[in-house]
Design a protein around this ligand. Sequence first.
Ligand code: TYD
Length: 203
Amino acid sequence: MARAPFITFEGVEGAGKTTLAERFADWLAVQGISVVCTREPGGSTLGKHLRPMILHQPLDAYAELFLLLADRRQHTLEVILPVLEQGIWVVCDRYADSTLVYQGYGRGLNLELLRQLNAIATNGLQPDLTVLIDLPIEVALARANDPNRFEAEAIEFHQRIRAGYLQEAAWATERYIILNGLEPSESLLAQLQTVVKERFSLR
Ligand code: TYD
């Protein structure tokens, strides 16, 4: 059986990606599609332990990176690939693009190095579709409600994240869909459904 589609959701904190990812997965299930919803950091057994450290422990940028990559490698090998190989779709709230954007554009680590390390952490797996929810930082931060080290960063950090996502999306237009996070969630879901029906030939 061909591997099932792998769909990731990306965006700044407060963009609404978690809600949209959940609603999207519910819709897939209603279409009769088997789907597993997961997230990073924290999708692997190891990651459940790492997540509170990544979010709350003061960390050097490389130490932060290595924890995220350790979670990604375990998550990919333990959860994502085996599920996809059974023909079950995977919807993932953040994946390798988060590292490029947060640790690269945000923390200033070398983008080429991050691409190489991500290639190892993902075992070469690339999302078939990445849903980027884009919106002004001021609006997003006013909505964010999960205080952590990233949310507490200066506005300039978040602006680099937003710009980084838009840059990455511009380099990989065939993989990304950009949704306007100022629109209501029902409208985002409807746009996503249209794209997914066409891209994956759903009836
Ligand atoms: P998440 O739980 O998705 O937070 P939110 O719902 O607030 O967007 O992710 C937690 C934080 O981890 C988020 O601020 C971004 C950060 N992060 C990275 O910096 N690099 C990564 O590779 C990943 C997966 C997350």
